[in-house]
Structures are given as structure tokens and as C-alpha cells.
Design a protein around this ligand. Sequence first.
Ligand code: AHR
Length: 663
Amino acid sequence: MRFRMDSFYHLHLYICIVFCSVSQCFTNQVKADQTAQIIVNASNAVGRSIPETLFGIFFEEINHAGAGGLWAELVSNRGFEAGGPHAPSNIDPWSNIGDEVYVNISTERSSCFARNIVALRMDVLCNSSGPNICPDGGVGVYNPGFWGMNIKKGKTYKVIFYVKSSGSLNLSVSLTGSSGVPILATANVIASASDVSNWTKMEVLLEAEDTNHNSRIQLTTTLKGVIWLDQVSVMPLDTYKGHGFRTDLFEMLTELKPRFLRFPGGCFVEGEWLRNAFRWKETVGPWEERPGHFGDVWMYWTDDGLGYFEFLQLAEDLGAAPIWVINNGISHNDEVNTSSILPFVQEALDSIEFARGSSDSKWGALRASMGHLEPFDLRYVAVGNEDCNKKHYLGNYLNFYSAIKQAYPDIGIITNCDGSSQPLDHPADFYDYHVYTSASDLFSRNHKFDTASRSGPKAFVSEYAVTGNDAGQGSLLAALAEAAFLLGIERNSDIVSMASYAPLFVNSNNRRWNPDSIVFNSSHVYGTPSYWMQQFFTESSGATLLDTTLQTNSSSLVASAISWKSSMDNKNYIRIKVVNIGSNSIELKIYVRGLDPNSISGSSKTVLTSNKVMDENSFAQPRKVIPVQSPLEAADNVLDVVLSPYSFISFDFLRQSSSLKSH
Ligand code: AHR
């Protein structure tokens, strides 16, 4: 059924009155006949600009998201430092090859690197001849990486290690299966005693002859003597732009088109105790010299290969604005008094100079020496994470705020205190808002910002997700409630400037937090329904929010509409997004006002749904719940569609430039 646009409103009112009263009578008997209509005014002139930064990502070093994840380093605990600067140290997951009759493995504080002083010592007791002959294949150590290394046929791996020896050296460096066989790639590193009597850097390129997702590196010898090893690294050559990011995981991020990257946490920034918090100065400079640290909130060691510099590089590579979360002298269990906070403030100022300073400045020079001569585009800083109620937060915050504003007036500062329900008692450019809750609660929070103050700082929803029973390890139900919440954010993007799901990544071998957006192991990756849900919003940042009215007798619907110009083909599009979180199908009539029907072409619809609302993706079925796109039949400015139960649907219309009528 088609209406002429000018008469449509009167008719619509009439239909609505009849329809509403009739449908009330039948709601309980006829489940399928819920109906709705959405009226979209296609005119950008009555729309509102959505912030360029609205949707982005939040990367936290949690669930081995970085170490053993996005950071492509394959060796875990490469400097034997996981026990801290003590000897004996914790060398896990390193292990010996050959028993104590043949080889003795210990640690010593004898490294050439002052900030990570622990080195591995191997006393090789056997020899290639004589009374104690080494076993076949030799003796030594191996490292299985993060639950097995993914070694792929034809790919090249750069192995770097530092070595010292009491005599001449003949070391086999091999990538092998998990038990030492098969050998996938191997090389012998041979040196005279005088060449390795002091610490020496060795570099070997290994090309794999076969594929094995559960491999290890081993360093073995059959020569008696003492060998010291330190900073053993295995990096695939094919990381993104050679910047060290695992390519398959990086691609998952680019497909979200994130406009900002909040990093490096979360609780990871705070630590359970300040001594284990993220301290940026210990994560920059040559990787070999970084001490690494034990993240005591998520309970694992990181070598900090993915350090402050690499996070800034990641943001730049993604085309995302970096949002640097600074430790403000507060952890989960201890706090620095405001009277003693200045060293922390100085550390924050130094970090900004590192990112933005000229290469003549002290910290800018360090950045330049790491290969990034030009400043990074750092424009946002968050002071702490979830610390608003801590005793010294306000005092500490004010010190950070005034020092940063004085030195860098253009930097947007984010407070931990929620300004959505009451005005803040301190200055800020943005306030942080986190929400982890049930599906029904998050769904209802699509109205959360409808009533928030329109003056004062803007909201940064830096962590949101459905958690608990409704979410499992990433359900369709969770994704639908999150979609509704984001539609509310889109609608309120006059006061919400940024939003990101949390957490981003989980290595399935170390699920510290459920659910997450992207699940991976050494070789495979998939997106949860929440990941795919976010792809519906990739065009929203910087788009125009269109004036939209949704009329329905169903309480399970939320909708919004945007228009944008694609940078790919320079064409103009309209996208209408609708969530139906209910168990009924709903007949929806879409009216796009102000659009010449003849000028619409190339329209499509994309649906995220599944047979059961608690369906999840998995390694076995990675694409069970993903968006499915199809052409829209009879693309027109009046459209009858059926929204299936538990679905998130977008309708994309391509419009010609002359298509907008004047009003
Ligand atoms: O996203 C997981 C954790 O949830 C974050 O570290 C913290 O900010 C929040 O409590």
C-alpha cells in the first residue's frame, strides 16, 4: 500500500488510532500481529551532526588481549623475568630439554640489561663425545609461547636472542611441534669462544616448512660448557606494516572502523597494588630493555612488548584518536596522598611530551628514536579508571587537570566521576560512564541519556556490555540489548561523544572476563554477536542523525536513522536501524519522507539474528550468528517489512544527490 506523502500524516494518525485500539484487544491472542511504523525525515537540514568520534574501541591488557594476542610476539616471558628481578626467577613457560644428568637450568642476575637483570644459565654437562654423551637432538630449553605458537608453512620468523658462552657455541634454534617433533624450521648458530665471551645479539630468520598451530621454539646444543641466554624473541615477519600487530586480529579491528582507541585499561592501569600498575616509562625504548611487569588484576605477566609507543602506533594505524588512560596514583588497594601526587603528575606530563613533543624535547626525542619522528595526535587523556569514589581521587584529579590544561590546553580531560545524573563538582571535558548489566536493564538504558544534562561535560561511555546469564560467552540476546543501548546513544549524541564495548579481546585459553567482543587462540579468531552488532554502527561517527519517529504497540523496538556520504564511493546513503528484542515478529512500515522514490536504488537490508536468542558463535561455528545482507525488494520510500523475533536489522538506501525534496 502506498500513500502520497502530503496526505500520509492524516491518514497515518487515523490508522494509528484504529490500529492501536484494535491491537490492544488482540495482543494476547495473536502474537504475530504487532505492528509499527517509522517515519524518517531524510532532510539533513533538520538532522543533527553526530560526533566524528562517536564509536571506537577500548583495548585493555586483559584475557591476554595483547601479550599472546594482538602483539604478535610468540615467546612468553622472553627475558626470564616473570618472577621479577629476583633469582631464582619464574621462568614459566620455559622448560628444559634433557634431564639433570645432562643439563642444569637456573637463573642469575647477570644480564647485560640493567632494567631486566635476570638471565637464564644452562650448565651443559654432556658432550658430543666422551663419558656423558648428550641425547639425540641435544639438550637445552624450549618455550611453547602462549598455549602453542602458530607456525605457518612458507612464513618467515625472526628469532632474536642474546647469548654468552664459556666456550665456543653451537646452538640449534628450531621451531618444532609441541613435543619437539616435527622440526618445522631450524638453523645452527655457531660462534667461536671469543665471539661470545660477552653478551652478543644473534638474529636468525627461519622459514617454516610446514604448518603447526601448537608449536614451540627450542634452543639446544651438544657442546659441554655454560651458556647464558636472555631476551629470546620470535616474531612473524608479516605483522601489520611491520609494526608488530597480529594481522588477523588487527583486521578484526579495522572492520569496526574505530574512531578512537582507549588504552591500556581498565583495571590494568590501576593494578591491585600501585607497584604492579602500568608505568609507561617502563614500556618504551628498545624492547630488550623493558623490564615487563606482572598485571596483578588480571594475574599474568607481560613483557610489555605492546607498550605505550605501540599503543599510540596502533591508534595511528587504525586511524583512531588515542585516548590515554593515566594512572593517577590510585590502585585498587593503595593510594598516593594528594600532597605527594606531583611525581605522578610529572610522569603524566612526560607521557604527553613523549606523544606530542618535538623530537628536540627530552621525551619526544625518545619517541623519535623509536622510529616516529612526527608527534602522535594525542588529544584525550583520562585521569584514572573507576576511581571517583576513592579517598584521594578528587584531590589528585585536580592536580592532573590543572597541570595538563596549563601545558596542553587543547587536550580533552576525562574524569572518572559520572556526570549523567548530577552536575560534577570539578572541571572536566568529558565524564566516564561504565555499565555492565542484564539484557533487560541495558535495553531500558537506551533512554539513559534522554534526561541527562545538556550543559556541562559530555559523556564518554567507555565500557558497556551485557554480562551474566544473559550474555554467556557472547549471546545474540546480549548483542540485541547492546544495539538498543547504542541506538539511544546515537539519538543522544549531542551529549554523548564516545562509546566503546568492553572488553575487546579474549584469548580462549585465559578467559578472565566474559563475554568479550573478539575471541581468538593462536591460530583462529571469531567475533561474538556483540562484535557483529558494532559493525552496524561503523558509518555512524560523523554522520547526520535524521529526525525519526517510531510508533508502535510493541515495547521491544528501538530505532534510529542516519545519513552519510561514503568515503569509498562518494555516494550518499541512509541507514535505518531497528532492534526487535521481543519474541514476536513485527510488521514494520517505513516511511522515508522527503525522498523522491525514483531516486532510490541499490538498497539492501542486513539482519543479525539466529534460531535461538541465546545462540553464540564458537571456533566450531564462528559464523552462526553474523549479519546477513540481502537486496531490498521494491526499494522505495514506503516500505513494508517484517522484523523477525530477536533481530537487529538495518535498511540501507542509496540516494541520488538530487533526491531531496524541499519542504
Ligand atoms: O572491562 C573489564 C573491567 O571492567 C575493566 O578493567 C574495568 O574498568 C571495569 O571494571
